[in-house]
Every structure is written in structure tokens, then in C-alpha cells.
Design a protein around this ligand. Structure first.
Ligand SMILES: [Zn+2]
Length: 156
């Protein structure tokens, strides 16, 4: 099971058994965590008051799914890498309305959660990208040995 969440909420997910997986830089405000053992995808234990998105595979008694929380609303939906799992009504030959409502609700919460995470990512200080040949930053032109490099985020 994997989670994309705010760095400040790392401890909340560590309590459940998640470990840090991706930390792009030490200043990242957004982190990714995983829990390989997540039985029943931590049913009823996942936080409902902080923004994050999560995805989990299926087990012997439960299916794969996606979770999203925008800090106010929590939504969970059955889904695989191929897409959402729709509850099909064989008699009426169309999806059950509850299933579509569930998916729509998930999508609206997921959209808000992703917007929060995207905003945090954009607040991260920009890193210089130095050319291996000239040692100059591709974006702002500062030299890698310049004393200002340490304290001056890149402008791009
Ligand atoms: Zn730069």
C-alpha cells in the first residue's frame, strides 16, 4: 500500500506501519510512504482529517482500491491499475447507481486532495541544476562554487 502525503503527517502514517519511500529532497513538503504488509488496507484506520492519496492492492478477502482524503472528506473506491471497479446490475444491464455515486464522490475528493499536494510541491524551494561541463545552473546561471548557492533558491 502506498501513500502520498504531507511531510508534517509522516508520524501519523508511521503509526500505522508505513515507512518513508520517496523523499526527493530534504526540503520536500510532500513525501511518499509504503506499507508492504498493510492487511485489509488499514480498513477504518486510515486518517480522515489530513490530505493524502493512497492506493492498495488486493488481499485474499478484499479487493484493490484507491483512497483520497482532502482533510475534510474521506473517500474509498474499488480500483485496479486498469481503472475503477464498477458494480454491474445484470438485470438492468447497467452499472448500479450507488457504484457510480461512490466513484464520483471519490473523484471529487481526490481532485481536492491532489490540488492541496500540488500546491505544497510548488512551494518547495527550487534546486539549481548545474551543468557538468560548465558548473553553471541551467536555469539561473549561478556558478556551483558561488557562495550564494547555499542560501539562494533557483529562479525558474
Ligand atoms: Zn539555478
Amino acid at each position: 500500500m502506498s501513500v502520498t502525503c504531507r511531510r508534517e503527517d509522516q508520524a501519523r502514517f508511521e503509526e500505522l506501519g508505513f515507512v518513508l519511500e520517496v523523499e526527493p529532497t530534504s526540503e520536500s513538503l510532500v513525501i511518499e510512504m509504503v506499507d508492504e504488509e498493510a492487511n485489509y488496507a488499514h480498513a477504518d484506520q486510515m486518517p480522515t482529517d489530513i490530505p493524502y492519496t493512497a492506493a492498495h492492492g488486493g488481499g485474499s478477502n478484499y479487493g484493490a482500491g484507491n483512497i483520497a482524503c482532502d482533510g475534510k472528506e474521506f473517500a474509498e473506491v474499488a480500483a485496479t491499475n486498469d481503472g475503477f471497479v464498477v458494480d454491474w446490475d445484470y438485470r438492468k444491464m447497467k452499472p448500479r447507481p450507488q457504484s457510480l455515486t461512490r466513484i464520483r464522490h471519490y473523484l471529487s475528493v481526490d481532485k481536492k486532495a491532489r490540488a492541496i499536494i500540488k500546491t505544497l510541491r510548488q512551494q518547495e524551494p527550487h534546486k539549481h541544476l548545474f551543468s557538468p561541463t560548465t558548473n553553471l545552473c541551467h536555469h539561473c546561471g549561478i556558478h556551483a562554487d558561488d557562495d550564494l548557492v547555499e542560501n539562494q533558491p533557483c529562479v525558474h
